[in-house]
Design a protein. Structure first.
Length: 461
């Protein structure tokens, strides 16, 4: 499968006219009240809310590449406010009402991100939209029905979620072979790089200093060491998400799971009429080998999925370049769902990593004694989760006794991933089992394959 461009971080930067010129690097040793490691969504949101709460704070962000280089500038643009992690896992260390409060707080991030974007004049192509997950076989439909019942059991409002018949799903988007769907309302589509770059500009206007081209080599209580000098600060916040494993001592903390995307050329209106995708729904399929898609501002389809899920030794990609086999796999999914797109050109392909804790549940926390905080492990829901993380970290640092500071993800203890080669074998085995399970279900199994259930158990998914 030929593409016009592979890598160069992501299509979202091509959409902006190319990669940004880097800000100045750290000029040498300096001091600050707060030093944040990483200028992605988590670091930027945290700086934003800290500065809004206390303008007198001296805040420095150090970033190895440029603001929005990682997952913040490469993701699928789903501002979901979702809560796809296992509620039961949080329930083991908390109460039912606390988990429901966290679910509600996550849902509220959609309005909050839109509010800040409007306030700060950030044009991120934000369009409010529903999330539509379609089922293309009976096993998928059964899982969507289970998901619907679970959400209603956990008090997701009836007006927020609904099961759709095949006819109702087709009226929204004409996916080949659709048997039904699950719609979750109250989400939004964004252009992720625009959001990241706009947020970086906003925090700079507030007085936050962002040093780019500055690689952190180590950090400890009171000091962050980089290849450009040291930053001494009583508060240090780690906001490195999928790149956390690259920091000394954190190699097994969060697994950098790979996700890749392709984007089509702009589709003519006649073709949009044929596939019927008019509501800008965030589109997914109920397969185990997860895929996600959005309709962009220009009328392209951006579709993503796992591809090669994990690189041995927690290595990350080089500038977003992905494998030819992954591109072909994503293109095959696109054509299976939309056969009418045969012959449509693929303009760009890229990949990135997302952070995955061992129990697949995200965390945010702050050790007041050491003055060190962290947030991440978003398992693919970082566009919205990072906003809540930023607000939560701000409350924790400022010692505010708020509802956010008491949510069940705060200071959650998670065991580390296994050493190599066990984690490579585990993750690759999981996704191979998913592929086999998807094939068997597509061939008419009629229920969720036991292989998929075993894969989940193997990795704690």
């Amino acid at each position: 499968m030929q593409v016009k461009m592979n890598g160069n971080v992501s299509f979202w930067y091509a959409d902006l006219g190319g990669l940004p010129e880097k800000r100045a690097a750290l000029p040498g040793d300096r001091e600050a009240d707060i030093c944040i490691i990483g200028a992605g969504y988590t670091g930027l949101w945290t700086a934003y809310y800290l500065k809004k709460a206390d303008p007198s704070l001296s805040i420095v962000i150090v970033e190895r590449e440029f603001a929005g280089f990682g997952g913040s500038g490469r993701n699928g643009g789903w501002l979901s406010g979702g809560f796809d992690w296992s509620r039961e896992k949080y329930l083991k260390t908390s109460s039912r009402q606390a988990v429901i409060s966290m679910q509600s707080a996550m849902a509220g991030t959609v309005d909050e991100v839109i509010r800040v974007a409007e306030t700060e004049g950030i044009d991120a192509d934000i369009v409010r939209a529903d999330n539509l997950v379609v089922a293309t076989n009976a096993a998928q439909m059964g899982r969507l029905a289970d998901d619907y019942r679970s959400m209603r059991d956990w008090e997701v409002p009836a007006e927020k979620v609904a099961l759709l018949s095949a006819r109702e799903a087709t009226e929204r988007v004409r996916v080949e072979g659709v048997q039904g769907g699950l719609v979750v309302r109250g989400m939004a589509r964004v252009q992720p790089a625009k959001l990241a770059r706009g947020l970086a500009d906003a925090v700079e206007r507030l007085g936050v200093t962002i040093y780019e081209g500055t690689a952190v080599t180590a950090y400890r209580k009171g000091v962050v060491e980089t290849d450009r000098g040291s930053v001494r600060a009583p508060v240090i916040l780690r906001a490195t998400e999928g790149f956390t494993a690259g920091l000394p001592g954190h190699e097994r903390e969060w697994l950098p799971l790979n996700s890749a995307q392709i984007v089509t050329e702009p589709l003519p209106e006649a073709l949009w009429d044929e596939i019927g995708w008019r509501g800008h729904e965030l589109l997914g399929e109920g397969a185990h080998a997860y895929c996600y898609a959005q309709r962009t501002r220009e009328g392209r389809i951006a579709m993503g999925g796992r591809g090669v899920p994990y690189r041995f030794g927690s290595r990350t990609d080089v500038n977003g370049q992905t494998q030819d086999a992954t591109i072909a796999q994503l293109h095959a999914i696109l054509l299976r769902l939309f056969p009418k797109l045969k012959g449509v050109r693929i303009d760009h392909a890229w990949c990135g990593v997302l952070g995955v804790p061992r129990d697949w549940c995200t965390t945010a926390g702050f050790d007041a004694a050491k003055g060190i905080g962290w947030a991440g492990g978003y398992v693919g829901l970082g566009v919205s989760s990072s906003n809540l993380a930023g607000r939560t970290l701000a409350d924790l640092v400022l010692k505010r006794d708020t509802e956010l500071a008491r949510l069940p993800w705060v200071n959650r203890t998670v065991r580390r991933w296994e050493p190599e080669p066990l984690r490579w074998l585990g993750v690759h085995t999981m996704y191979q089992l998913y592929k086999i399970a998807d094939r068997r279900e597509a061939e008419g199994l009629g229920r969720t394959s036991r292989l998929a259930r075993f894969a989940d158990k193997l990795t704690g998914h």
